[in-house]
Design a protein around this ligand. Structure first.
Ligand SMILES: *Cc1c(COP(=O)(O)O)cnc(C)c1O
Length: 388
């Protein structure tokens, strides 16, 4: 009997090692891993360059505390700022911590402007911003909040795609709109570029902040470093996590000058956030991701994968309803039962993970090869063909 608290429907399978796009189970089988720790291992398993970076740092210094200046952290923040809209970065340890910090910074901005009552954040119903007590009430999905009242106040909601509902929900107390640029857990729902542009305009007009949660869709997953870059807009606050550490737990929040003006020493902190060991992983990921052609390749492979999946969909329209996503953040919205479909893929040595709306997520590492994508396609087609 497991002594692990029963909070997951865990598969019985376990793994002893991984390499690149593949995982090896304890009972000797080889699997193509298109989960990658849920969009975390952006460079696949046991990446040689990441191993070397972490090994090197692990012999020098692991942890000191943010009461001291951490050169590795300064370096990563500078590199992120150089490549993005961000003027400042603060490091956390997970996505939920990053989204919570984002909420804090939005509130604190208006507080520092003498508008402390402007403190509410407007989010999409059934989104996913993490599992902390505030993040679940920001996300507002039934299963995530059930049994966890009293409700954390300070969040209002609108439905995905409901432009009128969004405008109606904005009040004089709204400080920010916080949405995932591409909804991950919610079913790989892409906010179209014209809507993102509209969101930016709306926030400017109402003088409120735009928070784009790129914890899942950021760090190259969409084919650009950030998914919002497609819409050519600049948000005010962006929480990130998952991919940035390549498997090492790192979260961060990126902010512009305006938002940074609300913060001062003592207003936020983290014991572990941005320690030297974590930063060696983050810097190594950046080294690879900003190599010439890396992101273009993600985009190219993503387009190929999605177009081939659409061919399979057209061949088996009673199994696959819709192919969703951008870059290598891909969802198969099914007509058939997702749990059964995922099991059949697993029986054929392909690992995938569910999302809401009967979606099966395909999250290969960002350095996946075309032949590995083809292997995945072959398995998906076989499962579609034989699905009963
Ligand atoms: C995974 C995720 C989170 C939460 O990240 P954790 O590291 O699990 O706390 C927040 N927002 C989005 C969009 C996510 O996909």
């Amino acid at each position: 009997m497991s002594k692990i608290l029963n909070t997951y429907n865990r598969k019985k399978i376990s793994f002893s090692k991984g390499k690149g796009s593949f995982l090896y189970s304890t009972n000797g089988k080889k699997y193509l891993d298109f989960v990658q720790g849920i969009a975390v291992n952006c460079l696949g398993h046991a990446n040689d360059y990441l191993i070397r970076s972490i090994n090197k740092q692990s012999k020098k210094l692991w942890h000191v505390s943010n009461v001291f200046t951490i050169p590795e952290q300064e370096r990563l923040a500078k590199r992120i700022a150089q490549k993005t809209f961000a003027d400042y970065v603060t490091f956390q340890n997970s996505g939920a911590e990053a989204t919570e910090a984002a909420i804090k910074f939005a509130r604190r901005y208006f507080y520092s402007k003498g508008q402390p009552r402007k403190n509410r954040v407007l989010c999409i119903n059934n989104s996913f911003h993490g599992r902390t007590i505030a993040a679940i009430f920001a996300s507002n999905s039934k299963t995530a909040i059930e049994g966890f009242k009293p409700k954390v106040d300070g969040f209002d909601h609108f439905n995905f795609g409901d432009h009128k509902g969004l405008e109606r929900a904005i009040t004089s107390r709204t400080a920010a709109i916080m949405v995932e640029t591409i909804m991950g857990e919610g079913g790989i729902k892409v906010i179209p570029d014209f809507c993102l542009k509209g969101l930016r305009k709306l926030c400017n007009k109402k003088k409120i902040l735009l928070i784009l949660d790129e914890v899942q869709c950021g760090i190259g997953r969409s084919g650009k470093f950030f998914a919002f870059e497609y819409a050519k807009i600049k948000p005010d606050i962006v929480p990130i996590a998952k991919g940035i550490g390549g498997g090492f737990p790192i979260g961060a929040v990126l902010v512009n000058k305006k938002v940074a003006s609300g913060m001062k020493p003592g207003t936020h902190g983290s014991t572990f956030g941005g320690n030297p060991l974590a930063m060696s992983a983050g810097n190594a990921v950046m080294d690879i991701m900003f190599k010439k052609g890396f992101l273009n390749n993600v985009s190219k492979n993503g387009k190929y994968f999605i177009s081939q999946l659409n061919k399979i969909k057209n061949k088996y329209p009673k199994v696959i309803k819709e192919v969703r996503g951008k870059g290598l953040l891909i969802g198969l919205c099914l007509h058939v039962n997702q749990v059964k479909f995922i099991q059949k893929l697993l029986d054929n040595n392909l690992l995938t993970v569910r999302a809401a709306e009967n979606v099966v997520r395909l999250l290969p590492p960002l350095n996946v090869t075309k032949s590995e994508i083809n292997l995945g396609l072959k398995i998906i087609e076989k499962v579609c063909k034989n699905f009963k």
